[in-house]
Unconditional design. Structure first.
Length: 203
């Protein structure tokens, strides 16, 4: 709901100056800019959806939270802390419902099967969100369909910028949470290994 409100507000903010200044010329009515905003916003939603579908098809072995773009580095954690991610991370949309694995709250920290599934889903989320950032400007290719359209710059570019920001914020919340989840999983693994060793020794 929060994201929907943000998208609507940003769309209005992008639309109003375009409708007032009318950079495309006097022959273009206000509805032209309203339609352009809707097209670009829906286009970004479509691009994000395509990236998400492709991302979910990738093998699980690529979703390693201890390396690559999914790894949370020290400088990133410092950045997240400076941005107060902990204070606003709960307001981020939880898309886990689309994979039947909501990530709003950690439900069973002692269940390592659950924790590792949580880590996997979060890793997919990071990969998909990060891949969506460079894919966002693809919507500007609509300008080639109508090259003289100034809306590519006065509407398209702002929509791309907003989409990139809205994509990055959930990715950062996931990366902020991942190190703690990995530590919990490793701790559970050590505990289970010791318990197994103890049981074997008792036999």
């Amino acid at each position: 709901m929060v994201y929907l409100i943000i998208i609507i507000v940003c769309s209005i903010i992008i639309y109003i100056p375009n409708a007032i200044v009318n950079p495309a010329g006097v022959d273009y009515p206000w509805a032209y800019y309203a339609l352009a905003v809707v097209i670009y916003v829906l286009g970004e939603v479509l691009i994000d959806a395509i990236v998400a579908i492709i991302g979910r098809k990738l093998p699980e072995k690529m979703m390693n939270p201890k390396k690559g773009i999914i790894l949370t580095r020290d400088w990133e954690m410092k950045m997240f802390e400076a941005l107060k991610v902990k204070a606003w991370k709960d307001y981020m949309p939880d898309l886990g419902r689309f994979t039947n694995f909501p990530k709003g709250n950690l439900m069973d920290p002692l269940n390592n099967e659950y924790i590792k599934r949580y880590i996997l889903e979060a890793s997919y989320g990071v990969w998909i969100h990060y891949a969506s950032v460079p894919a966002s400007p693809l919507i500007l290719l609509l300008g080639f369909i109508q090259p003289e359209s100034v809306a590519t710059w006065t509407v398209g570019v702002p929509v791309v910028f907003v989409n990139m920001v809205l994509i990055l914020l959930p990715a950062w919340t996931l990366k902020y949470n991942l190190p703690r989840l990995v530590r919990i999983a490793d701790m559970n693994d050590r505990f289970l290994a010791k318990r197994k060793e103890k049981e074997e020794n008792s036999d």
